[in-house]
Design a protein around this ligand. Structure first.
Ligand SMILES: Cc1cc2nc3c(=O)[nH]c(=O)nc-3n(C[C@H](O)[C@H](O)[C@H](O)COP(=O)(O)OP(=O)(O)OC[C@H]3O[C@@H](n4cnc5c(N)ncnc54)[C@H](O)[C@@H]3O)c2cc1C
Length: 292
């Protein structure tokens, strides 16, 4: 059993549940109203930015001296992980796929070289791990601790504006069904149809990395794969998804895989249980019609 574990998370209870299972004392840093569940929860104003809170979070960590820091695999989580790793004089382990707490230290695995190899690492405490959504999914194990407020500032850094992504953020990692948008969807004009299909299937929407990072159709924490969310859904439907290994790694624990792709030779055809070979622009309205 570890003494102190610090978690940084803005969504989902899986990191804090695991921390509570392995540590006597847990501290969660999150945005106000986002999460609870640790012995002590430090919240910062939801309209603030994590960048402004780094010094305040570091002060919490310096006092706590955690053996383990778990950060979600988002831009904010990576920022906190790097900052706290420097403070704790260690390095951060990116995108860990498995994680085991031993007396000697943290044992973890992660994909390297674009998913071609699995790297196993044992590091002594203190350790800092960045963990993707779905990796530590298990029984919920939350505590009703006290909440304290953080109100950090950083000299020379000013928050100019905050804008909503406009996409509802459900629990992708824990979803039973997932509709995944790939670049083959072609245009943002088709996104309302994806919403409609997901609604009919009672599914969460995920996407490929290029659909998030290049097309900006969805926020970056919606992409599935080696550097994104690892799914555990019973059903996955890929729309215009090529099926490259770095993406499909995130679907390994899925039940049935369905795909719509215009190319019979697309990699996803080999991975899918059922493929509709055709144009997603005609297939999508037809599937919606059929479901209705
Ligand atoms: C280190 C590293 C890490 C990575 N991590 C991730 C990750 O975590 N997640 C991830 O998703 N990717 C990741 N990638 C990128 C990954 O390798 C692929 O490039 C990416 O998944 C491809 O996205 P895509 O299928 O949306 O786009 P494309 O590769 O552009 O594929 C589009 C597909 O849509 C089909 N299509 C096109 N038009 C239509 C149409 N009208 N109707 C039907 N089908 C159509 C095409 O036949 C094609 O198969 C990573 C890459 C690297 C190098």
């Amino acid at each position: 059993m570890l003494k102190n574990v610090l978690v940084f998370s803005l969504s989902g209870t899986e990191l804090i549940s695991r921390a509570n299972a392995v540590a006597e004392n847990t501290v969660l840093v999150t945005a106000a109203g986002a999460l609870t569940g640790a012995d002590t929860v430090y919240t910062y104003p939801a309209e603030s930015s994590v960048a402004l809170q780094l010094k305040a979070i570091a002060d919490v960590a310096a006092e706590l001296q955690p053996e383990l820091v778990l950060c979600e695999a988002t831009a904010s989580g990576r920022l906190v992980a790097g900052y706290l790793a420097a403070l704790l004089k260690t390095n951060s382990l990116p995108d860990v796929q498995t994680l085991e707490i031993t007396d000697a230290g943290l044992e973890s695995t992660r994909m390297v070289y674009g998913g071609s190899f699995v790297k196993a690492e044992s590091v002594p405490y203190p350790a800092v791990a960045i963990v993707g959504g779905g990796v530590l999914l298990g029984d919920e194990n939350l505590k009703a601790g006290e909440t304290k407020e953080l109100s950090g500032t950083v000299e020379g850094l000013e928050l100019v504006s905050v804008s909503e992504s406009g996409v509802s953020m459900g629990n992708l990692a824990g979803a039973k069904r997932v509709v995944c948008v790939g670049r083959g969807l072609g245009s943002a004009d088709n996104l309302p149809l994806v919403d409609e299909l997901a609604g009919l299937l009672d599914a969460e929407i995920g996407c490929t990395r290029p659909a998030a990072e290049e097309e900006n159709w969805y926020p970056k924490n919606r992409y599935i794969g080696i550097s994104g969310v690892m799914l555990k859904s019973k059903m996955y439907l890929g729309l215009g998804v090529s099926g490259q290994m770095q993406h499909m790694i995130g679907t390994r624990s899925c039940g049935s895989i369905f795909a719509v792709n215009k190319l019979e030779g697309a990699a996803i055809v080999d991975e899918a249980d059922y493929t509709l070979v055709g144009n997603v622009n005609t297939a999508l309205p037809a599937i919606i019609e059929k479901l209705k």
